[in-house]
Design a protein around this ligand. Sequence first.
Ligand code: AMP
Ligand code: MG
Length: 428
Amino acid sequence: MIGVEAARRAILAGVAPLPAEEVPLLDALGLVLADTIIATADIPPFRNSAMDGYAVRAADLDHATRATPTRLHVIAEGPAGYAPRGTVTSGTAIRIMTGAPLPPGADTVVRFEETDEPTRDAAHEPAHDSEESRVAIFVAQGPAINVREAGEDLRAGNIALVAGTALRPAELGVLASLGYGRVRVHRRPQVAIVSTGDEVVPPGQPLAPGQIRDSNSTTLAALVRRYGGVPRLLGVARDTVAELTATLAAARDADLILTSGGVSLGDYDMVKDVLRAEGRIDIWQVRMKPGKPLAYGQLGGKPFLGLPGNPVAAYVSFELFARPIILRQLGHAALDKPTIRARLTERVRNGGGRQHYVRALVTAGPDGPIVRPTGEQGSGVLTALTRANGLLVIPEGVEALAADALVEVEMLHWEQGGGQFPSADQER
Ligand code: AMP
Ligand code: MG
């Protein structure tokens, strides 16, 4: 039997990022960039106005005040989306909109609020392109005010995003601004999921005496999808070597194979036998609770994780071992679960001395996060997980954690934290 950290290291040593493929930009959300992206152009591509106002020469405004405004001829309009329509010379201005290129000759933009534009009666004003059009400017201001420089966001030739970056909405926006419609990312792993057990029946079928419904397939598939993999449900295999072998044959082209159940010491626990016969077994049993039984190895050269059958144990083992495999295959560098330090509301004991993952709820307390166990900790009690948002870790060999102790919680998700915790996009 080995400890959790040693098991994780051994498992991850044999896992590498999957090859890259090109996908439409939006489909790359949450995936990891395969190439470093160099900006091929300045962003923004041209010097432009940051405000609606008047493009002028700062030198013309030297003495402008509200009491003694500077009056300028308005020679043109400058809407966004067009090349400048005129050159600003001393004594003139171009009425300009946010995002429009700064016209030649102009070096600063005066906002409408600093001119008589808001107080003018439009119906009685001559059109701006007429000789008569004038604007009164109420402020003196220097050059480059309300002006966005070309390349102020990104300069051509500079690195925009490095390979290995996880693509969130902002990164996708950067790629779009550079003109990318598609992007190369590490492809998603196909994850085969097999439930085992003569007693286990797929949802939707009637239960005979002694049978239970297959919840693990659904829970594990949802976890696979949450972390970016593509679940492939292969159904339930009965507890015979022949049937498990046959079912697993359909998993040979997957990038990761997950089974649940049949991995302990019982008479019908066939997973190890099949793995030993058809592939390779590297790890069996980890010093943790819930979920001591765990088989890791390879089948057809693909990583194989035999998870325990108890629903909570299967879930926790997935978080600890399958999640980092999927993230590594996706090309992510950060594989650890996000953790939070929280004040424990009550004493929690660790019977048995294995590393204990206690289902717990973190909420906002008066002096920072507090954490309380969610009650019944049996490894079959899946509803305890529905009330939890984290796993409180009692390290191996630690007898108990005292009430009021500051403890480490691996967050499963952040939604139930009363809004005080990092947002849901940190769920990974
Ligand atoms: P096993 O490791 O196969 O002995 O299973 C341990 C416990 O988990 C047993 O009570 C099983 O009935 C239960 N179990 C196994 N597989 C599933 C599953 N797919 N869904 C729900 N419970 C399961
Ligand atoms: Mg079983």
